[in-house]
Design a protein around this ligand. Structure first.
Ligand SMILES: Nc1nc2c(ncn2[C@@H]2O[C@H](COP(=O)(O)OP(=O)(O)OP(=O)(O)O)[C@@H](O)[C@H]2O)c(=O)[nH]1
Ligand SMILES: [Mg+2]
Length: 714
């Protein structure tokens, strides 16, 4: 029994179930999905086994310790003990996909070289069984010389079995290098370790062999954990080590790989047997169609079209219910509380602001529900595969597809997911164009404008004009992202093109508990996070829009010298008050700037507040229009927008041209502080977020200007 608290790291190839095991052990909810490259950060949790509290570290997937990408590097640094000077883990669980043993064991054999206690977790035994693969864990264990446990992480009792193995694990230090490097490789490794690694890093002794092998096959170092006093000498030493191998008749890039595969082959040839059924798997049969050159992109487009049409129409009944709830709730509060400031603040400020946004919860939930299904089934990886050729042409990369698709939910996880892109130039371009993807925060604005101003005519039997406009806005975002990428590709010198290799995972039934929990989680985040900002902004806004109190002049005053030229006898006192409030004056001040886009000062106020977060726009409009509304009347925001009349011209404030111009502005402008912050963090400089803000917002202004000028002159 292990009585000491351990730090246990989970490593393995991408998509092998590390995070699933992590979640089962710790009770946390790391994101999991059926495609490689979900986890891009370390996550730490704890688990109690036999009364002892152990630390568990979930790591991004890696194919090998010779890392190429930022996410793989995090795994490597953790294992060699150079991650923020943290200790090397006490125990490593190498999680492998049992249905794909050979390739998975490559990494396992590298990890074994680190001299850390290793346990092999053969996961997805259920999948392997389905494929007719039989594995003998004991045989693998005896030939590799490490404990092996076979489980399916979906099964609770098997997780308990894993815990039992951890608890009984023998932690004595294993011998290093079970495979035999040949003489020249050994000599080259010694040279690098003694003349370079020991002198210039604090990598512990037992991890030095692995670092030496990495340097030999890479031929260079490009990383943070070296002290670079003597870079030239480092390169020379690596070169010398490579020459030793070349003189022995080997190839420095392949020497380790070949020897290692021999070792794995010998150890496992008997351990896994395939039953002789060579029938084409279901996955292959589906893929013949889904990844087809022509059918693939068509299916991809249809999937998106269906998804956005469904979001739009399925959510409507729920949205009507929420709407009713808030309108009635507002009325109830208005009639129950005594008249006065608190009443106004609650009804016109908080309830109106919040209601304006909560109403979009059903659409947000449907959006995430579909995204989690696409991720859980494994379709996401197909989307990347199908779009790779196109992506490369426009200056992106196959690996950009998944981050871009995540951008439909929110730019922030999308930007994090770009860590799986190897090439810095590809990565930065993907980050810079990603916020064009229509994120869920834009959804409320789009939905409001469409519901109010686009007719709900049926098209082609199942689609509606509203649904198609909605889909069109998503396509517009994609087109702009592509266009921006093409331009940026010209600006930035082309780096070396890295080939696109992404495994297509087997199709799986999504784990429904994961889909529902995650969807609910996102709904909660939307309500609480957006709710917080919106309540705060609503209160401030209510104040700014309600003060200073101004009395509307009486009609008889019209002959007096105090005649207010902007005064209009059809205007009600509430709207007069609003125009003369702080917010109204401010809106009026910026009106000249936004007027050419078709926006009045009320929209202007909304634009300003929405630079904090886009969805705040709707709450702001709701607050403003509620304040303006005559007491006693109450209608939905949609109706208020349709009926709003400009007192100076007597025409409706919103025309279709205004609505379209506004949607275009929201499609293109960089109105999200959190995105700016994450881009700063991921690129480590203010240069990129600043450039992003300027170019996106300028593009938004110009495009809305053109759209409105054309639209209103038709
Ligand atoms: N059938 C089956 N599916 C599993 C099992 N373990 C995990 N999965 C599924 O496999 C997929 C990948 O699981 P993750 O836990 O995200 O894998 P990961 O290793 O963390 O992936 P990366 O973070 O991308 O490296 C998900 O769809 C899981 O639901 C298992 O034992 N059996
Ligand atoms: Mg993971």
């Amino acid at each position: 029994m292990n009585k000491e608290p351990l730090s246990i790291a989970l490593v393995g190839n991408p998509n092998t179930g590390k995070s699933t095991i992590f979640n089962a052990l710790t009770g946390l909810r790391q994101k999991i999905a059926n495609y490689p490259g979900i986890t891009v950060e370390r996550k730490v949790g704890t688990t109690i086994i036999g009364g002892v509290l152990h630390k568990v570290i979930d790591l991004p997937g890696a194919y090998s310790l010779n890392y190429k990408k930022l996410d793989e590097r995090i795994a490597y640094e953790t294992l060699i003990g150079s991650y923020e000077h943290e200790e090397v883990p006490d125990l490593v669980l190498v999680v492998v996909d049992s249905s794909n043993l050979d390739r998975n064991l490559y990494l396992a054999s590298q990890v074994m070289d680190l001299g850390i206690p290793v346990m092999l977790v053969l996961n997805m035994t259920d999948v392997a069984e389905g494929k007719g693969i039989k594995i003998n864990p004991d045989l693998i264990s005896s030939s590799l010389g490490i404990p092996v446990v076979a489980i399916s992480a979906k099964n609770k009792t098997e997780i308990e079995k894993l815990k039992g193995e951890i608890s009984n694990f023998d932690l004595s230090k294993p011998e290093a290098l079970k495979w035999n490097p040949d003489d020249s490789l050994k000599e080259a490794m010694d040279l690098l370790i003694n003349d370079w690694i020991k002198l210039h890093t604090d990598i512990p002794d037992r991890a030095q062999a692995i670092e030496a092998l990495r340097l030999i096959s890479e031929g260079d170092f490009k990383d943070a954990f070296y002290t670079f006093e003597d870079e030239g000498k480092g390169r020379a030493t690596i070169r010398k080590a490579q020459q030793i191998i070349e003189q022995g008749g080997g190839n420095p890039m392949a020497a380790e790989v070949l020897l290692r595969y021999n070792f794995i082959g010998e150890s496992t040839s008997e351990a896994a047997t395939h039953s002789a059924q060579s029938e084409v798997s279901i996955t292959d049969r589906i893929d013949a169609f889904v990844t087809h050159k022509v059918a693939g992109p068509v299916i991809f487009t249809l999937v998106l079209l269906f998804m956005f049409q469904a979001i739009f129409s399925w959510a409507t009944p729920f949205m009507d219910m929420i709407d009713l709830l808030f309108v009635e709730g507002g009325n109830w509060v208005a009639n129950t509380l005594p008249d006065g400031m608190l009443n106004d603040l609650l009804v016109d400020g908080v309830i109106a602001g919040l209601g304006g946004v909560v109403i979009f919860l059903p659409q947000i939930l449907f959006l995430f529900f579909f995204i989690y299904i696409l991720e859980g089934t494994g379709y996401m990886a197909r989307a990347a595969f199908v779009m790779d050729g196109f992506m490369t042409k426009v200056g992106l990369h196959g690996r950009s597809v998944v981050p871009l698709m995540s951008g439909f939910a929110c730019a922030i996880p999308g930007i994090m997911a770009t860590r799986t892109i190897e090439n810095w130039r590809d990565r930065i371009i993907t980050i810079m164009v990603l916020p064009f993807m229509a994120c869920s925060a834009r959804l409320p604005v789009y939905a409001l404008m469409i519901a109010a101003f686009i007719p709900s005519t049926t098209v082609l039997g199942i689609f509606t004009l509203q649904g198609i406009t909605f889909f069109g806005l998503y396509i517009f975002g994609i087109v702009m992202a592509v266009f921006a990428a093409v331009v940026m590709k010209r600006i930035f010198p082309t780096g070396q093109q890295t080939p696109f290799i992404m495994e297509l995972p087997a199709y799986k039934m999504p784990k429904w508990s994961v889909v529902f929990q995650n969807t609910a989680e996102r709904g909660k985040v939307f309500i609480t996070e957006a709710g917080k900002i919106i309540v705060a902004i609503s209160i401030v806004l209510w104040f700014l829009a309600s003060f200073p109190k101004t009395e509307m002049p009486q009609v008889v005053q019209s002959e007096s010298t105090e005649y207010d030229s902007s005064f209009d006898i059809t205007e009600n006192p509430e709207s007069y008050q609003l125009r003369h409030s702080f917010a109204g004056r401010f809106g009026k001040m910026i009106e000249p700037v936004i007027e050419p886009l078709g926006f009045d000062w009320k929209i202007g106020i909304g634009l300003i507040t929405s630079f904090a977060a886009r969805e705040v726009m709707v709450g702001t409009l709701n607050t403003i229009y509620s304040i303006e509304e005559e007491d006693g009347e109450s209608s939905t925001l949609k109706e208020k927008l349709i009926n709003d009349v400009n007192p100076e011209t007597g025409k409706p404030v919103y025309s279709i041209a205004t609505a379209i111009s506004l949607m275009i502005f929201f499609a293109l402008a960089m109105q999200c502080m959190s995105t700016i912050a994450i881009v700063k963090r991921e690129t480590n400089s203010w240069k990129w977020p600043t450039a992003m803000f300027v170019y996106m917002t300028a593009l938004a202004y110009i495009s809305s200007f053109i759209a409105f000028q054309i639209g209103s002159n038709l």
